[in-house]
Ligand binder design. Structure first.
Ligand code: GDP
Length: 413
C-alpha cells in the first residue's frame, strides 16, 4: 500500500528517481538573469534644483564619471532671463560584466531667473514628452527595440540655507509628484552641524506632509525579512531627505585616500556615514531600489499618463462619431461643435463604456496566449493586463482613427 503523500514528499528521493522528478523550471531565474545581463540595463536619473547646489558634483561622485566635461556656466546677467533648459548626458558603465546605460537629465537654469513662476513647466513637459514618445513607440509596429527614455527618478536638491522648503520647492514637487519618483536631498550638508541637519530633516518631512507632496515611497519590507534588513529599511526611510555632500577630489584622511572636501579645520568624507547620507543614497539608487523605481515609473506614473491619453482619445473618437452621425443625418458637411440629439449624459455614458472596455482585460484565449508568448519572456514588460490593454487600445486606434486624428490626439494629450 502507498504511504500518504505528505510522508512521501518528506523523504529524500533516490538519485535515479530525482532525475525523473526534475522537470527543470527551477532554472528559469537563471534564464532570466542571463537574458537581462546580455541585454543590459538602463536607468534615467533627473537632477533638479537651483544652480550651485552641487548637482553635477554629486552625480559625478555617485557614478564616478565626469558627466559634465563640456558644461557652460552662465554669468549673472545671462541668468536673469535664463529659461530652464533640459540637457541629457548618457554614459555606458560596466561593472563585473553587467552593463548599465545611465542617462542623467539636468535642468540648468531652474530657479535661476528673477521671475521663476512656472519654471517647473519645462521639466514637466520633458517628462510628458518621454511618456508620449514611449506611448507612440509602444503603439507602433516595431515594439521590440523601443528606446526607453522615461525618467525613473528625480533627485530634488533642497538648499541647506533656507528654513525648510521654499515656495519654489513646494511648487516644483507638487507639479511633478504624479509624473516622476521624487527623492528629496538636502544639498551641501557639510555646511550644517549634525543638529541642524536633524532639525532641517524633520522640518522638511513635516512640510512635505503638510503640503500633500507625494515623494517616492520605499516599498514596505516583507514580513519574513530578517530584523537587520528591517532596521536598515527603517533607517533609510528616516533619512529622507538624504543629507548629501559631493566632491570630485580625493584627499588623504587618517592615512587613507578618500573622496572628500578639505577644509582648514578638517576633512569631510563623502562616503563616511557619520558625515552624510551619501552612501545610503547611492545604495538606494543603485543597489536596492533601482528596479523598484523603474517599476513604479512603469506601473504608476506611465500608467496614469497612458490612461489619461486613452481617455482623451476615446472622448475624441466619441465626439467624432457623433459629429459624423449628425452630418449624415442632417446632410450638413461642416463640423458642428456639439451634437444635438445626443445629450451630454449619453456622451458621458458612451465614454464610460469605452473606458470600462479599455480597463477590463478581455478573456479571449488567443489574446492571452499571444500575450504570454510575446511579452512575458521579456522581463521589462510582463504585465499581462497591460498587454491586453495595449491590444485594445491599438485596435481602437486602428478602427476609429485616421492618421490625422492620431496626430491631433497626441497634441491633445
Ligand atoms: P550645480 O550647479 O548644482 O551643478 O553645482 P556644482 O556641482 O557645479 O557645484 C557648485 C559649487 O558648489 C562648486 O564650487 C562645488 O565645488 C561646490 N560643491 C558641490 N558639492 C558641494 C558640497 O557638498 N558641499 C560644499 N560645501 N560645496 C559643494
Amino acid at each position: 500500500m502507498l504511504e500518504p503523500l505528505e510522508e512521501r514528499l518528506d523523504q529524500p528521493l533516490p538519485a535515479e528517481d530525482q532525475d525523473k522528478e526534475y522537470v527543470g523550471f527551477a532554472t528559469l531565474p537563471n534564464q532570466v538573469h542571463r537574458k537581462s545581463v546580455k541585454k543590459g540595463f538602463d536607468f534615467t536619473l533627473m537632477v533638479a534644483g537651483e544652480s550651485g547646489l552641487g548637482k553635477s558634483t554629486l552625480v559625478n561622485s555617485l557614478f564616478l564619471t565626469d558627466l559634465y566635461k563640456d558644461r557652460k556656466l552662465l554669468n549673472a546677467e545671462e541668468r536673469i532671463t535664463q529659461t530652464v533648459e533640459i540637457t541629457k548626458h548618457t554614459v555606458d558603465i560596466e561593472e563585473k560584466g553587467v552593463k548599465l546605460k545611465l542617462t542623467i537629465v539636468d535642468t540648468p537654469g531652474f530657479g535661476d531667473a528673477v521671475n521663476n513662476t512656472e519654471c517647473w513647466k519645462s521639466v514637466a513637459d520633458y517628462i510628458d514628452q518621454q511618456f508620449e514618445q514611449y506611448f507612440r513607440d509602444e503603439s507602433g509596429l516595431n515594439r521590440k527595440n523601443i528606446q526607453d527614455n522615461r525618467v525613473h527618478c528625480c533627485l530634488y536638491f533642497i538648499s541647506p540655507f533656507g528654513h525648510g522648503l521654499r515656495p519654489l520647492d513646494v511648487e516644483f514637487m507638487k507639479a511633478l509628484h504624479e509624473k516622476v519618483n521624487i527623492v528629496p536631498v538636502l544639498a551641501k550638508a557639510d555646511t550644517l552641524t549634525p543638529l541642524e541637519v536633524k532639525k532641517k530633516k524633520i522640518k522638511i518631512r513635516e512640510e512635505i506632509e503638510q503640503y500633500g507632496i507625494k515623494i517616492y515611497q520605499f516599498p514596505d519590507c516583507d514580513s519574513d525579512e530578517d530584523e537587520e534588513f528591517k532596521q536598515q529599511d527603517q533607517e533609510l526611510k528616516d533619512s529622507i531627505p538624504f543629507a548629501v555632500i559631493g566632491s570630485n577630489t580625493v584627499v588623504e584622511a587618517k592615512g587613507k585616500r578618500v573622496r572628500g572636501r578639505l577644509y582648514p579645520w578638517g576633512i569631510v568624507e563623502v562616503e563616511n556615514p557619520a558625515h552624510c547620507d551619501f552612501v545610503k543614497l547611492r545604495n538606494m539608487l543603485v543597489r536596492t531600489h533601482m528596479q523598484d523605481l523603474k517599476d513604479v515609473t512603469r506601473e504608476t506614473h506611465y500608467e496614469n499618463y497612458r490612461a489619461h491619453c486613452i481617455q482623451s482619445m476615446t472622448r475624441m473618437v466619441v465626439k467624432e462619431r457623433n459629429r459624423n452621425k449628425l452630418t449624415r443625418e442632417s446632410g450638413t458637411d461642416f463640423p458642428i461643435p456639439t451634437a444635438p440629439g445626443v445629450s451630454d449624459s449619453e456622451t458621458e455614458k458612451l465614454i464610460r463604456e469605452k473606458d470600462e472596455e479599455v480597463r477590463q482585460p478581455p478573456h479571449t484565449q488567443t489574446q492571452e496566449q499571444e500575450c504570454v508568448t510575446q511579452e512575458c519572456v521579456d522581463q521589462e514588460c510582463v504585465m499581462h493586463d497591460e498587454c491586453v490593454q495595449e491590444s485594445v487600445q491599438e485596435e481602437c486606434v486602428m478602427q476609429e482613427e485616421s492618421v490625422q486624428e492620431a496626430e491631433h490626439c497626441a497634441e491633445l494629450c
